[in-house]
Ligand binder design. Structure first.
Ligand code: SAH
Length: 393
């Protein structure tokens, strides 16, 4: 077993059970991509078993902090079983769920989503890449399913020195799937959609939105960055009469339109707008439009803290425009999925937007990702999605 020796004092984060070691913390030792290594402090004390990634800034990802544990077939079996057991206990109102959420499930670099009878996996680290075949077999054995599609086409693979990889890993057939989320139906294509095909992390926020649209009697709703219209279907289910989905992806919008019909809503109640959100908000303001409720769920403007400043300006801009476009008493459901923008900073940005727009509002709720995207105490980076629910004064 190869040993990775850390520099003096660099054992602190592993001792706190944070699973990453950055390149600069390593004194000596190397291994092949994904090889299991023993990580030790400068004094030679055992810290963790980990996977090594020679070309990544995150050089080491911890598999286990238990010296007695071995990283083998039984290890992955145990981790996968524990993740599935947790999902069984969590309240998840859908046949589409995140089964494995990387670090939070003790499997750094592995994302697995289940869409009805189909599993979709992302192997995002050298460690998970090395164990891919075994993990694929174990996932199917644990779930009793036969189909597993790989979507390892995320940009983060590059940082690990890995090529993109997509296609059926196990099983085959149609990549189109229909899922049942809350009381509505949605479709996706695991081969073509964003990420693994769909944004499961917003599931509970869509439900919340439907309830609030109904409670406040919102008639007109603007769903910005709609993707395939999850929040639009929620708004229609909540009784909204006029819903506009805005996105810059034509295929996503085509699906949003299809989802309106799939759920039995009158097509007249929904409009799909293929456009840039920022420009659309400006145009609508000029035209004197206004809405009872607005959703702002933009893509990740700040992948890391280094991009936070530029991202802050972009978030502030759309929130300022959104707040202005809302009718008094209207609802703003605004999100950031940037890991580099924490909840406090996000609140500050929205406060700045309110000041610029000369609009105040009541914060009704602060929300995060659905529970099948768990956060753990030791891994604060896991808290990426945050949302504020605001009632305009
Ligand atoms: N709210 C969605 C997920 C949004 S993901 C859901 O519940 O499923 C972010 C979306 O923003 C993507 O669909 C992407 O196509 C879109 N997008 C990115 N930049 C955009 C822009 N400048 N204008 C409009 N849409 C944009």
């Amino acid at each position: 077993m190869k040993v990775i020796r850390l520099r003096a004092g660099k054992d602190r984060s592993l001792l706190r059970r944070h699973p990453w070691v950055f390149q600069g913390s390593i004194e000596k030792g190397k291994a092949d991509p994904g090889e299991t290594v023993r990580v030790e402090s400068a004094e030679g004390r055992f810290l963790c078993w980990a996977s090594f990634s020679p070309s990544s800034m995150i050089r080491v990802r911890a598999w286990s902090f238990d010296e007695a544990e071995r990283v083998d077939e039984a290890f992955f079996h145990g981790r996968i079983a524990a993740a599935l057991a947790l999902r069984q206990r969590l309240p998840i109102a859908s046949n589409a769920q995140r089964l494995i959420h990387g670090e939070a499930d003790g499997l750094p670099g592995l994302i697995v989503d289940r869409y009805d009878d189909t599993l979709v996996a992302q192997f995002l680290s050298a460690g998970t890449e090395r164990w891919k075949s075994l993990i694929a077999d174990q996932l199917l054995a644990a779930t009793g399913l036969t189909r597993l599609y790989e979507r390892s086409d995320s940009g983060v693979r590059q940082l690990e020195g890995l090529e993109p990889a997509t296609g059926w890993l196990r099983g085959d057939g149609n990549t189109a799937v229909t899922i049942a989320e809350h009381e509505w139906k949605l479709s996706l294509d695991v081969a073509e959609g964003h990420k693994t095909g769909y944004y499961l992390d917003q599931r509970d926020n869509r439900k919340k939105f439907a309830e609030l649209v109904r409670h406040y009697g919102c008639q007109s709703v603007l769903n910005c960055y709609s993707y395939t219209g999850g929040f639009s279907v929620a708004a229609l289910a909540g009784g909204a009469q006029q819903v506009i989905s805005v996105d810059s992806s034509a295929p996503a919008l085509a699906r949003a339109t299809a989802h309106v019909a799939l759920n039995g809503f009158d097509a007249e109640r929904h409009q799909a707008l293929d456009a840039d959100v920022n420009q659309t908000l400006r145009d609508m303001l000029k035209e004197g439009r206004s809405f009872d409720a607005i959703v702002l769920d933009p893509p990740k403007f700040a992948p890391t803290a280094a991009h936070a400043e530029r991202a802050a300006r972009a978030y502030k801009d759309i929130n300022r425009l959104g707040l202005k476009l809302l009718k008094p008493g209207g609802l703003l459901f605004t999100f950031s999925c940037s890991g580099g923008v924490g909840p406090e900073l996000f609140h500050k940005i929205v406060a700045g937007a309110g000041l610029d727009a000369q609009v105040d509002g009541f914060i009704l709720d602060r929300v995060g990702a659905s529970p099948d995207h768990p956060q753990t105490i030791c891994f604060p980076e896991g808290e990426y999605l945050k949302g504020l629910l605001i009632l305009k004064r």
